[in-house]
Structure formats: structure tokens, C-alpha cells
Write a protein that binds this ligand. Structure first.
Ligand SMILES: Nc1ncnc2c1ncn2[C@@H]1O[C@H](COP(=O)(O)OP(=O)(O)OP(=O)(O)O)[C@@H](O)[C@H]1O
Ligand SMILES: [Mg+2]
Length: 340
């Protein structure tokens, strides 16, 4: 066991996110830090789950992977995101062009964004297919149909000329997935791709993402509040709390030996495994708000196992407590792990 603050150093790593700090420059001198010390890897062809309560910084991390932080007035203040020799944390808009949408695709949250309502499916897919390249209309249409077929849309020739309002929510999300994979990216970032869809449709969309991942050897980063879904479809997961990664490991390892009290609390609050009739367990207190992070561990105030040294000093860094299983808890010995 090593005190290695770098989670996931592996020959299979496609992306290495190190000490990433994201925030908002409010005035010349005033910065609001929203995510600090995000540390994890994305491995080749894995599905990586990103979980944590609302406001923990998941979307900010996703946006840093597709270079759209500016649209939320945020930026990267420190750290690196190494992807195939490029540091995504330092790309300018021109350098992002061959990466965003080409090598890293994005599936937005279904209910909130989705396809542009005033453009036909074909037109939107056409944009995704063309990107920065000139292609003949005939070829674009052919590729568009092919993509619709890939995401199992029946009668693609009809759907191609339809507007999003003519499609169901599930179909709209299939179109978004088709657009995200149009350039055969290495990674697809899906930030709550099934929120707002009904349960059966959710399952179908997840099945589709899984299918595409294995067929094209893509990595998928999946943000979800649905821990049962994460367990089912992800290989590894990253647990975030108050702007920081508190646990990183494989899904079976984290399920059998969670190494952070926050992960344990999250699991306890799961609706899907709650005993019928028993009151739902919620996590004590609220996460500290952005800009109001206390010293030491940001979960200390909510933690049943809190010790004297928890609420002092710096926010604890991730440590590899077990092989390929990192925790930012200072007292994993109380949880079954041990700092060796
Ligand atoms: N422009 C902004 N100004 C101030 N705070 C912001 C801004 N944008 C985001 N935040 C804050 O940053 C924090 C992280 O936001 P983010 O959207 O990444 O959370 P999240 O984990 O994706 O949450 P959810 O599960 O609700 O989607 C939140 O507390 C949010 O309020
Ligand atoms: Mg979000």
C-alpha cells in the first residue's frame, strides 16, 4: 500500500486528471473555488461513474472535459487534464476544436437540453457529422442515417427529416447520442443522460450507451444520482463531495469495502435498497456550500466517525488505501481499510 495521491496511474489510462481546480473569477482579486483537487483517471473503454450530491461539482468536472466551462463563467485555475499528450486544462478555443465533439463527445441531460427544437434531426446530425470538415451532402445524409440506425431508431429515413417535437423523449436522447458518437470519439461524457425519462426508457438508453461503448471501444463518463444504475453499468466510480473527490475505485471494491464515510452514507440513503415501510435514511446535514468550505475534511461535520484531527488543516488528499482504491478519509482504519 502506498501513500500515492495519484489515483489510477495505469497503462490503460486515457485521461489523467490531476489536482484540478475549477472556479469563477468574480472580480480581479476574488475567486470562488467550486472544485478543488479533482483527481482521477479515465481508462480506455471503461464506464466511469461520477456520483455525489447536488452541487458537488460533477457538471463542472464534465465541462472541463469538453471545454465548456466558460459557458458557466467558470475556468480552470490549476491542475491538469492529460489526454493523449494534450493538457486539456490549457487549450485555447482553436485547440479545443479538434477535441470537443471529435475525440470527446457529450450527451447532455435529456430533460433540460436536448436537440435544438427548430432544426430537423438530419440538420443537427449533419452538423455533428461535418464538424470542421467539408463533406458532400449525400455523404452527410448517408452517415446520418447510419448513426440513427446505430442508435436503433426505426425508419431513420423518416426520422431524419423530423423535428425534435415529433419524437418521444427517449428518441430525442437517442438522437443526442447519435450526434455525440458521430466522429467516433474516444470518450463520451454523459451528464445525467437519463434524468427526466421514464424508467423503461432510462434502461434502454443505458443499454444503448453500453452497447456503443463495447462496440466502438469508447470510454464513457456517466454522471448519475442513481446509484443502482451506477452499480449496474459502471466499471469504476468517483465519489465527489463538496468540490473534491473523496473515493475512487472499482464498483465491486467500493461496494464491498467502501473507504469513505460519505460513500457509506450515500449508499445508506439509496431508495432502491431501502426496507419497505422503514423511514428513508438521509445523509445528516448538508454539504458545505461553495465558498464556505470549513478547514479539514468537508464531510467532518456530517460524519458519524469524526475524530479530533478531521476538522483541522487541509482537506485530506486521496490516498491509495487498498490496491487501486483511493480514499480521502484520514481514518479508514475505522472502516475496514488501513493506511499501510
Ligand atoms: N456561475 C456560478 N456562480 C456561482 N456558483 C456556481 C456557478 N455555477 C455553478 N456554481 C456552483 O458550483 C457548484 C457545483 O456545481 P455543479 O453544477 O458542478 O454541481 P453538480 O454536482 O453537477 O450538481 P447536480 O447534481 O445538481 O447537477 C454548485 O454549488 C453550484 O451552485
Ligand atoms: Mg450537474
Amino acid at each position: 500500500m502506498s501513500a500515492n495521491p495519484v489515483p489510477g496511474v495505469s497503462p490503460d489510462s486515457l485521461v489523467e486528471i490531476r489536482d484540478l481546480v475549477i472556479g469563477i473569477q468574480r472580480t480581479r482579486k476574488d475567486r470562488l473555488i467550486i472544485v478543488d483537487s479533482a483527481n482521477f483517471d479515465i481508462r480506455r473503454a471503461e464506464t466511469l461513474g461520477l456520483v455525489g450530491e447536488s452541487g458537488s461539482g460533477k457538471t463542472m468536472v464534465c465541462r472541463s472535459l469538453i471545454g465548456t466551462l466558460k459557458r458557466r463563467s467558470a475556468s480552470i485555475f490549476a491542475g491538469s487534464i492529460i489526454f493523449d499528450g494534450l493538457d486539456l486544462a490549457n487549450l485555447d478555443e482553436r485547440q479545443w476544436r479538434p477535441v470537443r465533439g471529435n475525440r470527446i463527445g457529450y450527451v447532455p441531460q435529456s430533460a433540460l437540453t436536448g436537440p435544438n427544437p427548430v432544426m430537423t434531426v438530419g440538420k443537427q446530425l449533419g452538423e455533428a457529422v461535418r464538424r470542421n470538415r467539408k463533406r458532400k451532402d449525400k455523404d452527410v445524409r448517408k452517415r446520418g442515417m447510419e448513426l440513427l440506425d446505430l442508435v436503433h431508431i426505426r425508419r431513420p429515413e423518416v426520422v431524419y427529416d423530423q423535428y425534435p417535437f415529433q419524437l418521444s423523449g427517449g428518441m430525442r436522447q437517442r438522437v443526442m447520442i447519435a450526434a455525440a458518437i458521430a466522429q467516433d470519439p474516444d470518450i463520451v461524457v454523459a451528464d445525467e443522460p437519463t434524468t427526466g425519462l421514464d424508467v423503461t426508457v432510462q434502461a434502454e438508453i443505458m443499454k444503448l450507451l453500453q452497447e456503443i461503448r463495447s462496440e466502438f471501444n469508447m470510454s464513457v463518463v456517466l454522471v448519475s444520482h442513481d446509484l443502482a444504475l451506477i452499480d449496474e453499468v459502471c466499471d469504476r466510480l468517483v465519489v465527489m463531495h463538496a468540490g473534491t473527490c473523496v473515493e475512487v475505485g472499482t464498483v465491486p471494491d467500493v461496494a464491498s469495502t467502501p473507504l469513505h464515510p460519505y460513500t457509506i452514507a450515500l449508499n445508506r440513503s439509496r431508495i432502491d435498497i431501502a426496507t419497505p415501510g422503514a423511514p428513508l435514511v438521509t445523509i445528516k446535514g448538508n454539504p458545505p456550500a461553495v465558498g464556505e468550505w470549513p478547514p479539514g475534511c468537508r464531510f467532518a461535520e456530517r460524519c458519524d466517525l469524526v475524530q479530533e484531527d478531521c476538522a483541522v488543516g487541509r482537506n485530506p488528499a486521496l490516498v491509495e488505501v487498498r490496491p487501486a482504491h483511493w480514499s480521502a478519509c484520514l481514518h479508514t482504519e475505522l472502516l475496514g481499510g488501513s493506511h499501510g
